[in-house]
Design a protein around this ligand. Structure first.
Ligand code: ADP
Length: 601
């Protein structure tokens, strides 16, 4: 209860006021007491002081008479008013100067203090010394009475006038003063309590509001600024507090925003990220990492179970920026490149593992190597032929019959053509790969294109004894595309059907419309494509039977080029299921091209 600032302030102020009032009361009582004592001695001084020599001389002459004590009593009775003798609280005594015995006194003078007071003793000593001027009028603090002893010497007689005030008036005054002080104290206390409560409320109220505001802020609620109710320090503090809350809110919002960005990045990035704390325990793992590692990496997993083979955890922790460790990991059919680096070297740091899926990169690398090997191989064979026939012609000089020499020259020319063909195909492919082959998009009749390609191949098919037909019952729409390149694709498919069908075969070309697409199937009853090769025939240089393909002048690039061209038209090339011996190749093309820029106006 007394922990609150409000109560503390109230209590402090109450204590302050209480101690102040107590001090005032003590001071007041002490002042009254000293005033009373001072008044007593001033009064005596006005009677027996140096200015009153005549009165003292009169007392001495009275003392010198036969009944000196009685005479002295009469004189004092006569001056009772001046001495303040009231016969009740203040009396006078006439004592024997030598023995100190009581001789006479005022009516109320009943008993002397049990122990002679210091004033009385000093008066007696003065009598002994014969010093009539020494007056014992020292107040004795805490004695409970006030007294004065005046030695009166007259010849051989010596008396002591002793005035004694038993302080009853003072005690009575104190007794009366005490309840008044007490009442004032209680009243003051009540008023002080009320006032200090109000004061404390005024002072502690804004601080309590500030505290409540700070608690709200700690709970993350910044939307309620505190009202600035005064222009004093508390008002300034409240204003500053509001400003601070505003800055904190915008800073927190910026931090939150950054965190959200990072979270989104972390969640959707294609690279995998796994974070470990200082003990090597997983603290974060993004979905890409889970997917790449082919297992659910839960928080709590250890580094040792994941990347120990690449580098020990302690070694990664000891690395200095920007150093990192890297290695490869095979997870299922995937090859992952792992980069390991420490983050923040404080106690809150750890190790970050970044995972790149390099499977495709590796495959591409393989393909590239295979491609280079294929190109070299494809060019080396005709080159070797050209070289050997040319050497034979050179070495044979005039010995070779003209027919044979011409035959050799024909081979050289055909091998050169073949090389030119390969180089041209490679050039087309590299242009398509580089994306700098402009497609001349126009609208043209799909039917007319097929018919034209079929017509061009008719002679070729006829020479092989094939029966080739084009069947299409429905009306075919005009389509958008690069006509000559699409006809090149059709030419390749139909040409392959003719090539890879033994003489006297059947080739059927059919076409149709399906929703927003047109299709063309080229069916043959030729040698067919084995199941294992079906997925690969669109690869560069892939040929099911290399010898047969070479014989028929194939480069193994025709379908790859066709695939690339069809891709540029957002269409597809596929091998649909085929009943019986032979092959069906399907070309599907959209009627309208998505990319408006590719269309000619
Ligand atoms: P090529 O110039 O060797 O014909 P392609 O890329 O046109 O090259 O064809 C790739 C391979 O696919 C061919 O070598 C062949 O083995 C196979 N192929 C293509 N079409 C057919 C078909 N209609 N029947 C059988 N095999 C085919």
């Amino acid at each position: 209860m007394f922990r609150s600032l409000h109560m503390k302030l109230t209590l402090i102020m109450l204590l302050l006021i209480l101690s102040l009032m107590a001090a005032v009361s003590i001071f007041l009582t002490a002042s009254v007491n000293s005033f009373y004592v001072n008044a007593f001695y001033r009064q005596l001084d006005s009677v027996f002081g140096v200015d009153q020599r005549e009165f003292v001389a009169d007392l001495r002459s009275a003392a010198g008479e036969a009944d000196g004590a009685e005479r002295l009593r009469e004189r004092l009775e006569a001056n009772a008013g001046l001495l303040g003798i009231d016969y009740h609280t203040r009396n006078f005594f006439v004592l024997d100067g030598i023995t100190g015995a009581y001789l006479t006194g005022s009516d109320g003078a009943e008993a002397l203090p049990a122990d002679p007071s210091p004033n009385l003793l000093s008066a007696r000593l003065a009598v002994e010394r014969g010093d009539g001027s020494a007056v014992g009028d020292e107040s004795v603090p805490g004695a409970g009475y006030m007294d004065a002893a005046i030695p009166i010497l007259a010849g051989d007689r010596a008396y002591i006038l002793y005035i004694l005030d038993n302080c009853e008036t003072l005690s009575g005054l104190n007794r009366q003063l005490f309840p008044i002080i007490l009442q004032a104290l209680v009243l003051g206390l009540v008023i002080a309590a009320g006032l200090s409560f109000l004061l404390a409320k005024t002072m502690a109220g804004p601080i309590e509001k500030l505290t409540a505001g700070a608690e709200e802020m700690a709970a993350g609620r910044f939307d309620k600024p505190l009202p600035v109710e005064s222009a004093d320090e508390i008002g300034t503090l409240t204003g500053t507090f509001n400003e601070m809350a505003g800055v904190l809110q915008s800073t927190l919002a910026a931090v939150e925003n950054e965190r959200n960005k990072l979270d989104t990045l972390f969640l959707h990035m294609t690279d995998g990220v796994v974070a470990f704390d200082m003990s090597g325990t997983v603290i974060h793992c993004n979905p890409a990492a889970t997917e790449m590692l082919r297992r659910d990496v839960e928080p709590g997993w250890s580094y040792a179970g994941l990347f120990q083979d690449i580098a020990p955890f302690e070694k990664i922790l000891s690395l200095q920026r920007p150093n990192y460790a890297e290695g490869e990991l095979v997870a299922g059919d995937r090859t992952l490149e792992i980069l390991l680096a420490p983050f923040s070297d404080q106690a809150l740091g750890g190790v970050l593992a970044v995972l790149h899926d390099v499977t495709e990169h590796h495959r591409n690398e393989e393909r590239r190597k295979e491609f280079v090997a294929n190109v070299s191989h494809e060019l080396r064979t005709p080159l070797t032929n050209v070289r050997s026939y040319a050497e034979t012609l050179r070495d044979g000089e005039g010995d070779i019959p003209t027919d044979t020499a011409n035959g050799f020259l024909d081979i050289i020319i055909s091998e050169t053509d073949r090389m030119t063909h390969i180089v041209q195909d490679l050039l087309i492919l590299s242009r398509l790969d580089a994306g700098n082959t402009d497609m001349a998009f126009t609208r043209f009749s799909f039917r007319e294109s097929i018919e034209s390609v079929v017509r061009s191949n008719a002679l070729n098919a006829q020479s092989r004894g094939h029966e080739m037909s084009f069947v299409c019952g429905e009306e075919l729409p005009w389509i958008e595309g690069d006509r000559s390149r699409l006809e090149q694709v059709m030419m390749n498919i139909i040409g392959n059907a003719i090539k890879y069908t033994p003489d006297g075969g059947h080739i059927r070309v059919s076409a149709g419309v399906q929703e927003a697409q047109v299709w063309m199937d080229v069916w043959d009853d030729g040698i067919g494509i084995p199941e294992a090769s079906r997925s690969r025939i669109f690869e560069r240089f892939y040929r099911v039977d290399k010898a047969r393909s070479r014989e028929s002048g194939g480069t193994g690039l025709g379908l790859s080029i066709a695939w690339e061209i069809v891709q540029r038209h957002h269409g597809s090339l596929s091998l649909p299921p085929h009943e019986g011996p032979g092959t069906t190749v399907r070309l599907v093309l959209p009627i309208r091209q998505r990319d408006e820029r590719r269309r000619n106006p």
